[in-house]
Write a protein that binds this ligand. Structure first.
Ligand code: NAD
Ligand code: KPL
Length: 305
């Protein structure tokens, strides 16, 4: 398969580096990482250990391929979509956390839009080097749900290089379930500066459960079948399975980088406001978490207006 990976950061470098074992891969990223990959290849450490030689470029325009994977942070999706719109792809697939990415891509692109969730752990350690901290699972499918032959081909392409990947027909529900996990875990661990496992007890557990329950209520208001019980169980299962991990939002806060709060807790707040016209839907925990993270971003000078 001919695959462009737009966003050669942690996740994109892991996926692109491993996919390059069997497929034609072009990474779109920034220097010094792109130059390092061109000079000496891309080294994957940890699980999937290998060095591969994907093409790498800092110019994401006028590219073509079977599929483009979007692995930029959610606040960079619009810029990625504009660049991808100058190219030619059968499908573009968001593998990002948070919601709204697929709509942003669909607004700019004419090809099929796929959505995906990835629970792999990836950290770019140095230019040209990415560490896989957890193999995880990848799920892909048509962003609006239903069967998609391109999603099936993409899942087979991931499987061929050793990822555990499934093509599914219920992607909208999967995205809301993942949103509940991220709404429950990311902001609380970032603000409290604790590992994911700290959410299994005490005040942090109450907050994470409440944020996940609120997310499930908003999902149901959008006719997505996600029970409070399932949302809470997913948060607790992920917190347990990744107990010693530093969540991506905590990593962002500790590195003084902008977070994805707008696409996670902020999305829950906005969706609740829309639904509220008909239903009595308030999401005070997500609202408070969003406000605190935005206040931190303002104070750190990393938030764009
Ligand atoms: P990251 O910041 O490490 O990577 C994003 C990369 O995209 C950066 O290197 C940035 O320079 C590059 N980029 C952005 N706009 C660009 C442009 N216009 N041209 C070229 N390069 C551009 O972030 P990440 O941790 O890899 O996360 C990416 C997405 O995947 C997020 O939504 C995250 O929540 C999700 N995710 C990450 C992991 C993980 O383990 N890292 C796991 C699951 C999901
Ligand atoms: O997706 C994650 C993240 O950190 O963004 C979880 C699943 C919470 C793992 O840390």
């Amino acid at each position: 398969m001919d695959i462009v990976v737009f966003g050669a950061g942690s996740l994109g470098s892991l996926l692109g580096g491993v996919l390059a074992r069997e497929h034609d891969v072009t990474l779109v990223g920034r220097d010094p990482h792109v130059s390092a990959v061109r000079d000496a290849g891309l080294r994957v450490e940890g699980a999937f250990e290998a060095t591969t030689t994907p093409d790498a470029t800092t110019d994401g325009t006028d590219l073509s391929g079977d599929v483009a994977l979007v692995t930029v942070k959610a606040f960079d999706t619009a810029e990625a979509a504009s660049a991808l719109a100058t190219g030619d792809f059968d499908a573009v697939c968001s593998l990002q956390n948070g919601m709204g990415n697929e709509e942003t891509l669909a607004d700019a692109l004419d090809c099929e839009i796929l959505a995906g969730t990835a629970t792999c752990g990836a950290i770019r350690q140095a230019p040209g080097v990415v560490e896989c901290t957890g193999r995880g699972e990848i799920v892909v499918g048509a962003a609006d749900g239903g069967d998609s032959p391109i999603a099936e081909s993409l899942a087979a392409a991931f499987d061929a290089v050793g990822f555990d990947c499934e093509a599914v027909a219920d992607m909208p529900r999967r995205l809301w379930a993942k949103l509940a996990v991220n709404a429950g875990i990311n902001a609380v661990t970032a603000l409290a500066r604790v590992d994911n496992g700290a959410l299994l007890s005490g005040d942090a557990n109450d907050l994470a459960r409440a944020a996940a329950r609120e997310t499930a209520r908003v999902a149901r208001a959008r006719d997505v079948s996600l029970s409070n019980r399932e949302a809470v169980a997913r948060v607790e299962a992920v917190a347990e399975g990744t107990a010693t991990n530093t969540s991506s939002m905590r990593q962002d806060v500790e590195a003084e980088r902008r977070t994805e709060v707008d696409a996670i807790n902020g999305y829950v707040v906005d969706a609740a406001c829309e639904a509220r016209r008909e239903l009595d839907l308030d999401v005070p925990v997500n609202r408070t978490l969003t406000s605190l993270l935005r206040a931190w971003e303002d104070g750190a000078g990393v938030r764009e207006s």
